[in-house]
Design a protein around this ligand. Sequence first.
Ligand code: BGC
Length: 348
Amino acid sequence: MKAITVEPRKPGTARYEDFPEPGVHEGSVLVEAVAVGVCGTDVEIVEGKYGWPPAGKERLVLGHESLGRVIDPGPSSSLKKGDLVVGIVRRPDPVPCPNCAVGEWDMCRNGQYTERGIKEIHGFMSERWRIEPEYAITVDPSLGILGVLLEPMTVITKALEQVLLVGQRSFCEPKTALVTGAGPIGLLAALRLSSRELQVHVLDRAETGPKPELVRALGATYHTGSVLGLGFDPDIVVECTGVGSLIADSIQKVGAGGIICLTGVGAGGVASRAVADVAAAAVLKNNVLIGSVNANKRHWYRAGENLARSDREWLSRLITRREKPENFKQALTRQPGDIKVVIQFSEV
Ligand code: BGC
């Protein structure tokens, strides 16, 4: 079969190539790939900045935002041939740490977790893949290709759960939420926040393209420019860019008792303000800064329900480009107006 593979930590090694069929040890359920979403993590892996191959191997099959159709459900599965499924990304560490031991692999303590298409286990950018039945999530068949948005939806489902849990530390009646970054994660955050009684604001660099209208369609307000220039102090900030200056500005701007949830993974940048000054702003306002990554099974189920209930027409506008697997390099190269680019392996 064909697969998109890469030698992690070596830039320029990604290829669409012949690759062995997945072995039964990778899971008893055999799946035909329909589509795989591309995200910033995939770009980083291809650029040689992130990622780990399976033990004893050089190459890793890329891709963690999956959608596939069951070809063979295997012996001990409640799945049926033809079901649309998405694969959970992370697997618990083998020790296991206390969190992985209770199914909270998203909160792994020792870093020995594995992740499909990212860390030590093959991903989903291959014509066929296998999965353990307990890690295959069925998606509402009426979602069709939109099922590929489930993985990013799980990330935001966990992040917002964390915000709500932290909010319970004191009397909390949030009125305004700010999302920084109108990529897929930011827009899905805005979608979920706008289903609550909150005024939702989204800030992004793009002045044209589909983002402003997608935000307005949710009844939310779209902003460009700086966080500090906003005319209100948000109660909740969901930071989806990983850009240092936006994070520092968000800490300064968030209201008293406010919560900032960081979901973006950035690097470098130039410190524009002293860390102690940024921290002092947080201390004096009782702010909480939470980092949130990945998702466990509870979030996958909730995200699946939320996705199935969401406006299909709005969701479909998030998928701005579909590329063939042989054109994966184009898929990984950002173009103006891109939100979610998917690599399509077969028709839904
Ligand atoms: C994925 C997460 C993963 C994280 C860190 C993100 O792109 O969506 O599932 O945990 O990268 O590897």
